[in-house]
Design a protein around this ligand. Structure first.
Ligand code: ZN
Length: 332
């Protein structure tokens, strides 16, 4: 492959006004989110749900994890935990960060419901209505990755930024996309993991996405990596193995699309695939610059794509960040 030269502009000085954009919806990181009482959050994942009672990353009062089975089992189990917290501590707001797709439009008849997930039993499950009904506190409901993005903006790698993207590369590829301080809306939440990207030359891998032959999730998610490895364990695969190149190519292509569309000032990229393969992030950064070919100016804070600072707590604290937002909006 011919490597192209770069003339990358780095025009974003620390005093650049873009870096100080006032968020419209994000909570102030320095604000008191406690209201004298803690915040409650639930991250609903495909395999487990993490319930968190906290005011901030360093102030987690309790955290309980339960398996995600069926709505009839899982939602009452969550309600039991929340009810105990409400009785013992009281909580001032509730954040619900769910796997998707979900209906996030408050005016919709199915607001707060899971939509067409392949997960048995969960299509049309009323998450927000069921989990908020007993408590009478402000509630925010969003996707797990939008929540994680807001947590990183409050307390982690996106602090001080109003335009930011959080990417998780695991069972699927989720992107929490924040524009001017608020998660994108429109038809629904972003589904950037399913954008189509050009395949790396010579990559004839059969996409593992049932909907798309060339989407990022189909080419570079955890299941795609497992299929590409054909029985080899990822930890046994050397860094220079050819299997990593199409993964890097697909993720860098997705980052290129993010840069050229909403222009996040930083991208945090984590999840199981990247957390276990730390050599990938520098390669994705280099491939992004190669792909942009000097056309777009990136912030001169390096690197542009970073690991999430909150690590495995980005998701659970995402629900707390949503609760903080709900409380702030209720106060306004
Ligand atoms: Zn897809």
């Amino acid at each position: 492959m011919t490597r192209r030269s770069h003339s990358v502009k780095t025009g974003f000085a620390p005093s650049c006004p873009f870096l100080n954009n006032k968020a419209m919806r994000m909570s102030d990181p320095s604000a008191d989110h406690s209201d004298g009482r803690p915040l409650a959050g639930v991250e609903l994942g495909g395999t487990k749900c993490i319930c968190t009672l906290a005011t901030a990353p360093g102030a987690i009062l309790d955290q309980q994890t339960i398996p995600t089975t069926t709505p009839d089992e899982t939602l009452p189990a969550i309600l039991t935990i929340l009810g105990q917290w409400q009785a013992q501590w009281g909580f001032s707001a509730l954040g619900l960060a769910s796997f998707g797709p979900v209906d996030i439009h408050p005016q919709s008849a199915t607001y707060g419901h899971i939509l067409a997930t392949p997960k048995p039993g969960w299509p049309d499950a009323d998450i927000a209505g069921t989990l908020s009904a007993p408590f009478g506190v402000p509630v925010a409901f969003d996707t797990d990755v939008n929540g994680a993005a807001m947590a990183e903006m409050l307390w982690g790698s996106g602090k001080g930024l109003a335009d930011f993207a959080y990417v998780t590369v695991g069972t699927g590829i989720g992107v929490g996309l924040i524009v001017h301080g608020a998660p994108t809306r429109g038809i629904g939440h972003s589904e950037v993991g399913h954008i189509r990207v050009p395949r790396m030359a010579g990559d004839d891998f059969v996409s593992c996405c049932p909907y798309h032959a060339d989407c990022v999730e189909g080419l570079a998610s955890g299941p795609a990596l497992v299929a590409r490895l054909k029985g080899r364990a990822p930890r046994d695969v050397p860094h220079n193995d050819p299997v990593w190149a199409p993964i890097v190519h697909a993720l860098a292509s997705m980052a290129h699309a993010l840069v050229c569309s909403t222009g996040p000032l930083r991208i945090a990229m984590g999840g199981g695939v990247l957390a276990n393969q730390p050599h990938l992030l520098p390669r994705i950064n280099a491939a992004l610059l190669d792909s942009l070919n000097g056309y777009m100016a990136l912030p001169d804070t390096k690197p542009y794509i970073v690991a999430p600072e909150l690590g495995a707590q980005a998701g659970p604290l995402g629900a707390i960040a949503l609760a903080a937002t709900a409380l702030e909006e209720a106060r306004a």
